[in-house]
Design a protein around this ligand. Sequence first.
Ligand code: LMR
Length: 333
Amino acid sequence: MRKLLFAAAAAAIFVAPVAATAQAPIVLKFSHVVAPDTPKGKAAEKFKELGEKYTNGKVKIEVYHNSSLYKDKEELEALQLGAVQMLAPSNSKFGPIGVKEFEVFDLPYILPNKAALRKVTNGPLGKRLLGLLDSKGMVGLAYWDNGFKQMSANKALHVPADYKGLKFRIQSSKVLEAQFRALGAIPQSMAFSEVYQALQTGVVDGQENTWSNIYTQKMFEVQKYITVTNHGYIGYIVVVNKKFWEDLPADIRGQLEKAMHEATAYGNDIAEKENTEAMEMIKKSGRSTIFVATEAENAAMRKAMGPIYDDMAKRVGKATIDEFIKETTGATN
Ligand code: LMR
């Protein structure tokens, strides 16, 4: 695969010089792993529409959804090599390229609500975290919303004992690994595009995700139970290849920044509604039974997962965790 990526990168450099000419627009490939009909999918399409409009067609934005170009880990490598120019991976996917701090978002129950999320993404910590991407050959442009995660399996999940011995698919985050270990479960890191089949064939027993992902990937068809836990959050970092971005003529970069700004506002505006609608569709299908975790069940889950805050401080940085909690304290929806 690596060889292929190199070849693709070389070809991209050969056929797509950065300077725009009347005949040859600059091509910006935006790869992502979710369905078009999701908060990220829709925001990416909005960016395409606005970016092409504001640059008067000097930039052609090609959006590839559902991992049709690359899966999770490959897409980050492809971005670094310049084979694609833009991605929006979740916070949980930056560990493998050496930026572990984003995993702070994965700490269970660290985000009490959406207002708390906004304080981080719009505040100094959010800015500092984006800055860490520079040394990895990418520029962090924006934070995009998806939503809170729910737990699913073919067994009813209420309290930590229900998770014991079950295999759960996770994103490539050590914090998520620790979270499931704390519940006595067996975490298995896997690309998003492989989750449906892994659930269907019993390679894993369960998973955690947002309503929109559970719905659009049809996971609810192969999971008998979903528990509303809201224990964690999936949000995205829009990243662009640094060299591509810095080599753009300043006026074009400015027009794309404007498009990104507006696409971000649009996507973040619809994310909650998209997730609520996906939940309603799952309910309507009757394929999964949905439980809402009670206060006592949530308390038991928090207690079981609590110790990982200390364990993960070594990885994510204690200062980062403290700053996160400080910035979000008191935030109410
Ligand atoms: C996942 O891998 O479960 C999610 O990060 C997919 C996504 O991009 O929402």
